[in-house]
Design a protein around this ligand. Structure first.
Ligand code: CIZ
Ligand code: SF4
Length: 347
């Protein structure tokens, strides 16, 4: 029963004490987040894993790339687990390493060494390793502007993987006009661009988040009509047009902070993942909060981590099993660490 599973998780937490660390991403369900030793976005959780020296077992309640990052940033004796191996990220899966290497070959033919790769942390360890090997860096949504600025101090142009929307929104905010942005289609293996290629400053990988793409211009129009006083706040993984029409756009942490410090009685439409929106509604009863898309937008892979999987994973750890352990090869880890270090210097 649910009570038995919950009791089991509490018992394991108690008996392992500081030997066990459970980071929980803001998009996780309440049935899981109640057990988290820390809640955060992917950046905060990565930092906490890096700083944690006492935990032998890190049970990552989030998605696969986050557990990989935790493994990269912790020591060899610290084991990282993901309660359900199917908890991937469809965005991260849109850039595979072979596609990326082929793209790089063609892009460096076109642009020589004037191009630097940047990858959103929502990417596989192999992509982070590729970026690190090529002098680039990882970025998160909370420091994307700083990192893109940094990249332009190094090179004339950037390749931004794998989220075209975060890349476009960030570069646009830094003053790069849309006409200077091209899109790389990894399936057709071609550069989508109309003008002379010397003009290109940013090459956006054609990937997206299947959750944040569900917020539309129609959703914005609907809210404006129904609730003229409502403020609309969205994540920069949303499309350019939606970000353009919203009142504010920012990372997961930015959205949480904005809602928490908002005045009583204010009303908000939020364009981000459903579990987080629901939690913000619950934790801020003095404000009127809705999802920007009335159908709500769950991240299906985040939701694969549930109480039964968490309990099963802890049981396996107690039996000293290695099921669901996430390990990044030393080669990838070394290069990826370089890329992550540059990001962690700019937070
Ligand atoms: O969409 C995601 O997966 C986000 C926003 C992750 C994070 O915490 O930065
Ligand atoms: Fe990936 Fe989007 Fe889910 Fe985040 S919300 S884990 S980017 S699919």
């Amino acid at each position: 029963s649910t009570e038995e599973l919950e009791q089991f998780v509490w018992d394991v937490k108690k008996s392992l004490g500081k030997r066990l660390f459970i980071p929980g991403h803001h998009y996780q369900k309440d049935e899981v987040i109640q057990f988290a030793d820390a809640r955060g976005d992917s950046l905060q959780l990565a930092q906490l894993c890096e700083q944690n020296e006492e935990a032998e077992y890190i049970v990552f309640c989030g998605v696969h790339f986050m557990a990989e990052t935790a493994d990269i940033l912790t020591t060899k004796n610290q084991k990282v687990f993901l309660p359900d191996m199917r908890a991937g990220c469809s965005m991260a899966d849109m850039a595979d390493i072979h596609q990326t290497e082929r793209a790089w070959e063609q892009l460096t033919k076109l642009f020589g060494s004037t191009i630097l790769p940047l990858t959103y942390v929502n990417s596989t360890a192999a992509i982070k390793s590729f970026v690190g090997k090529n002098e680039g860096a990882t970025v998160t949504s909370s420091n994307a502007e700083k990192m893109v600025k940094w990249a332009f101090e190094q090179k004339e142009r950037i390749l931004f993987l794998p989220d075209q929307h975060l890349g476009r929104n960030t570069a646009y905010n830094l003053g790069v006009p849309l006409e200077k942005m091209a899109v790389w289609d990894p399936i057709k293996e071609e550069l989508l661009y109309e003008g002379p290629i010397e003009e290109i400053k940013v090459i956006l990988w054609k990937g997206h988040c299947s959750v944040h793409e569900n917020f539309t211009v129609q959703n914005v129009a609907q809210v404006r009509e129904q609730y003229p006083d409502m403020r609309i706040i969205v994540h920069p993984e949303c499309r350019r047009e939606v970000v353009e029409l919203a009142d504010e756009a920012g990372s997961t942490k930015y959205i949480i902070d904005a809602i928490e410090k908002a005045e009583k009685g204010t009303s908000w439409a939020i364009g981000t993942e459903m579990n987080l929106v629901k939690r913000l509604i619950k934790e801020n009863p003095d404000k009127h909060i809705i999802s920007l898309n009335p159908h709500m937008c769950p991240c299906l892979t985040m939701n694969r981590i549930d109480l039964p999987h968490l309990a099963w994973c802890l049981d396996s750890i107690v039996q000293t099993g290695t099921h669901n352990q996430i390990t990044v090869t030393e080669f990838d880890a070394q290069n990826a660490r370089q890329a992550l270090a540059k990001m962690l210097e700019h937070v």
